[in-house]
Design a protein around this ligand. Structure first.
Ligand SMILES: Nc1ncnc2c1ncn2[C@@H]1O[C@H](COP(=O)(O)OP(=O)(O)OP(=O)(O)O)[C@@H](O)[C@H]1O
Length: 345
């Protein structure tokens, strides 16, 4: 097998045409000095128009921070220490705040993890929609078209417009609020929507519904979807392309087929796959991953996953493994890449 060191060139070639979102060698830090942590470290990835792109990893791996960085909204004390994010080729960090605000919502929008609390509790959903439409007359010159479009979105997320329009947040169930949040995020017709853990706080039936709805929105609106999850089962069902993070670093990235079908797989990803409950094969037993994600302020030497890795060898505790590509499939593991003949691109 021949592989290449996944420098920026290799990563940018990971899709077919011009990426809609590019993350270029991004490092996001919290704090400064000895106590500072790098929640995202030297991450590069390219999202193509039409992708359903999953950012995967356990809690604390840096997925949400990366998702926020995609919209340049990392909350302080977080800051971009290195690298940049580009939307349609434009570096977000170089935009004036006014221009960035314009981009957010209109071109790229976000459904937050705590979507359940994303509403103003004292005004109806309909009034909140009116406020958004008034603030952005450039999208619908006639607000009646905006209202009609929101009703269409509610139908796509399988909610009754007549009920939702006049409802207060407190009158909606958790699953309904999640779907209203998705409809609101799409109101200004963005080309990309980023969703932080869209299925996590939901019961199994609502999770199923949200997966079906996201597929439908992708198909019918042509919107590019980037979503954060710790659940590889959701990835298998929904994503076209996947990036797996561990302790702030990208450890594997590829198409969903490469991640699930290729025998060349990062031991961490293997462990995540093993943690998916299988009714047929294991009688609903899961094999949890032993140990914990390391404290970012006190990382082990070498590969960050080595202390938990069943395949770890001496080299794994000595040097951080490079991210190597076999075609477009990137893996950062000394052991898995042992037979990969590395060439420079
Ligand atoms: N506001 C903050 N202040 C200081 N450190 C932070 C802050 N937010 C995140 N971090 C650091 O970044 C790390 C990654 O957090 P992040 O929320 O991005 O992870 P995650 O993979 O999305 O986990 P979760 O699913 O639990 O949200 C945290 O473990 C923490 O060290």
């Amino acid at each position: 097998m021949t592989g290449v060191v996944a420098d920026q060139t290799a990563v940018k070639r990971s899709g077919d045409g011009a990426p809609i979102v590019e993350v270029d060698n991004l490092t996001v830090s919290f704090g400064s000095g000895p106590g500072s942590v790098r929640a995202v470290e030297n991450v590069s990835l390219a999202v193509q128009p039409g992708d359903i792109y999953a950012l995967v990893g356990e809690s604390g791996c840096g997925k949400s921070t990366l998702a926020y960085a995609l919209l340049d909204i990392v909350p302080p004390p977080g800051r971009t220490a290195e690298g940049e994010v580009r939307f349609k080729g434009v570096a977000l960090g170089g935009l004036r705040r006014k221009d960035l605000r314009k981009l957010l919502g209109l071109e790229i929008s976000m459904v937050f993890q705590a979507a359940m609390n994303a509403f103003n509790p004292v005004i109806t959903i309909g009034d909140q929609v009116e406020h958004v439409l008034q603030a952005h007359p450039e999208v619908f010159s006639d607000p009646r078209d905006g209202r009609a479009y929101f009703e269409h979105l509610l139908e796509l997320v399988r909610l009754p417009p007549a009920v939702v329009w006049d409802a207060f947040e407190s009158q909606l169930s958790g699953g309904m609020k999640q779907r209203v949040s998705i409809a609101l995020a799409l109101l200004l017709k963005p080309s990309v929507v980023v969703l932080d853990e869209p299925t996590t706080a939901l019961d199994v039936l609502n999770q199923r519904l949200v997966i079906d709805i996201l597929r439908r929105l992708h198909r019918e609106l042509g919107v590019t979807i980037i979503f954060v999850t710790h659940d590889l089962a959701v990835v298998a069902e929904l994503a076209t392309r996947v990036a797996v993070m561990y302790a702030g670093r990208l450890v594997e990235a590829g198409t969903v087929r490469e991640i699930f079908k290729s025998p060349r797989r990062h031991p961490y990803v293997q462990a995540l796959v093993d943690a998916i409950p299988s009714v047929l094969e294991k009688g609903l037993l899961v094999r949890p991953i032993a140990g914990e994600v390391p404290n970012l302020a006190d990382l082990p030497p070498g590969c960050r996953f080595a202390p938990r890795c069943p395949s770890a060898q001496h080299v794994c505790t000595q040097a951080e493994p490079p991210l190597l590509a076999d075609k477009q499939h990137l893996v950062a593991c000394h052991v898995v890449n042992e037979d990969l003949e590395v060439t420079a691109r």
